[in-house]
Design a protein around this ligand. Sequence first.
Ligand code: CDP
Length: 806
Amino acid sequence: MSDAAVTIEEREANLKGIGCSRKRTEDARFIQGKGNYVDDVKLPGELFGCFVRSPYGHARIKSINAEAALAVPGVKAVLTAADLKPLSLHYMPTLAGDVQAVLAEEKVLFQNQEVAFVVAEDRYIAADAAELVEVDYEALPVLVDPFKSMDADAPVLREDLAGKTEGAHGARKHHNHIFTWEVGDKDGTDQIFDKAEVTIKELISYHRVHPSPLETCAIVASMDKIKGELTIYGTFQAPHVVRTVVSLLSTIPEHKIHVIAPDIGGGFGNKVGVYPGYVCAIVASIVLGVPVKWVEDRMENLSATAFARDYHMTAELAATKDGKITGLRAHVLADHGAFDACADPSKWPAGFFNICTGSYDIPTAHVEVDGVYTNKAPGGVAYRCSFRVTEAAYMLERAMDVLAKKLGMDPVELRIKNFIQPHQFPYQSALGWEYDSGDYPTAMKKAMEATNYAALRAEQKEKRAAFDRGETRELMGIGVAFFTEIVGAGPTRNCDILGVGMFDSCEIRIHPTGAAIARLGTKSQGQAHETTYAQILATEIGISADNIMIEEGNTDTAPYGLGTYGSRSTPVAGAAAARVGRKIRDKAKKIAAHLLEVSDDDLEFEVDRFKVKGLPEKQKTMQEIAWAAYNNLPEGMEPGLEAVDYYDPPNMTYPFGAYICVLDIDADTGVSKVRRFYALDDCGTRINPMVIEGQVHGGLTEAFAIAMGQEISYDEGGNVMGASFMDYFVPTAVETPVWETDHTVTPSPHHPIGAKGVGESPNVGGVPAFSNAVNDAFGHLDITHIQMPHDHWRTWKVCEKLGLTR
Ligand code: CDP
């Protein structure tokens, strides 16, 4: 079967391995409308659930009367907290060590909170009947401002926690306080600030937003009472964890629970946690013995399932007069809403916020985060970011510009002056992280050259003069952001979810013909895992990616893994894929030695085959070896060609990037136009450059949306604003700027193929780049920080305040 006439280049091209811009294999079904999403799953006899939700932000429930709803033909059941309480399911544990009401018992704590679950023959009957459930509420004072949550007279929100002075993360100092998390050297930092030549202090808020994936959250639960087995189809970013949690809550043995996450239409952190809709559908299916489906609508998604950010960060920097940063101090007020349902590894109540020293060699730092309850929806998920990294990067990159302005320095010059230098890696940060690798000066230099940064600044100077002369109405802003990400959680020694360590896995079975199926513990939501994992395996094993099928999301078949979020797929499961490939290669080598009648040591691997050193005509392709694995093995070797790898990373990976945004703002209307956006990313070894470009485009579009308009806000009465796409900004191709992408490659020294994650980098770096550009447009005027989002109306208000409007 070996074909020595084929050149090595042709064989490499045939492999479609690491570094190849292979077309996305999954797109064939997606672009033809042949994806299989949860709502496409239709089980015989399935019923539909619909919630009765609270119109109040804070109210006591005096009574619930479901009689009229139950009388509607087609309605099968109405669940309330009274039905769940005997099962101890009216509250469920959250990922953050709190509990969350599945159905409100005595009080509602945020608008659109789940109060009752109506189950009917179709979703229209269920929705109509939900309108007929009579709930008698007594309105209570509403708390929406996190800065007032710990006032002495602030209303008590969580009566269920009355008298509880210890939370999951230490002492609670107020009835609306969740935790205080502190890291760094407090005294040392205070001393640095006391003697600093220059300091800045700024309240930098990152407003509440929502990941708003195209497909909302959904589940179909099907209990087979005879077998005692529960099958669940759901929009789960982490299906294995869902199975474990459902088993613990329901006491159904884990092997009798089958969790399947089919195609998922975007997750961005929204589909990590467990929601009341999942619990209610499962309970209803267990009670009624038929499948029950719940699919939330857009307003439910935006107003009730996990929000992101809502971090209010007071940042301080200390520096010398010539711009060397000597210390960082930050206090964060974290608004977690009514329940602490933040999706972070268990030991990290503020996620990885302590990455906030960023790309700079800041010797001393101290951070304190206070989490508080308010009458808002619970959540606090990593919306396309790694556990509060985007908040940290935003705070620091804004603070850098505030400092640069105070020092009269160019923002790029200040950054370059403080960069961690290439020789300092592995770098130990003041707040406890060990950065694996980086070359920041090279990336910054490349970005400056590509955008002709010096010319841009010269143009801005001229434009400002022209504005003053009345020759233009436009203000030009140049926004620079240089970020360092931290992605790839584990290691299991300090990262777990509900006690399960954050490792990940890959299993591969190579069939006699050399075609293979590989399964992983992660779950793609659009990131092209079917395409790119196959590329890693192709390079490692020497079988074309076209002959390797990738499967994820079925807990019956895939090895246990902790799922996909926080750009952990490549750093963790991608590493498992590389290692599983090496295990296969080790066995294949022994088979090849047997077939070629030489010793293992006489063989060398070349693209897709083993060759005898010095006798290149003596060779066996991987396809030949796969065949032999089923019929011609060395004495005593097990038949078959299979392997599994569970990978616990030794460290996280630290991708980084240099972003530059150029925009113009019309001073009379506040309308901003992004003229240029340049994004240089370094994610180590690049598996698929085309997929990376797609990831960067998507992440930048979300960053643009967040910085320039997305917002979930609440009025004083606790009414949620921005809960529909009429009010919540999701940019279309019309508004979206053109992206220029670029890269450098600094491999991770501890990852088997040197790869780091990339999916969320553009969100992390993009938001400060946009915000810095808007702020920079007013950089010559008497204003230090403009809060996001920078929609046209708010920007116009800034122009008006500064007396710029005509
Ligand atoms: O965990 P998630 O899939 O969201 O993020 P990721 O690990 O950053 O991967 C996103 C996509 O980019 C995957 O298809 C990866 O294979 C691809 N990628 C790549 O081609 N090269 C890298 N160095 C990192 C990611």
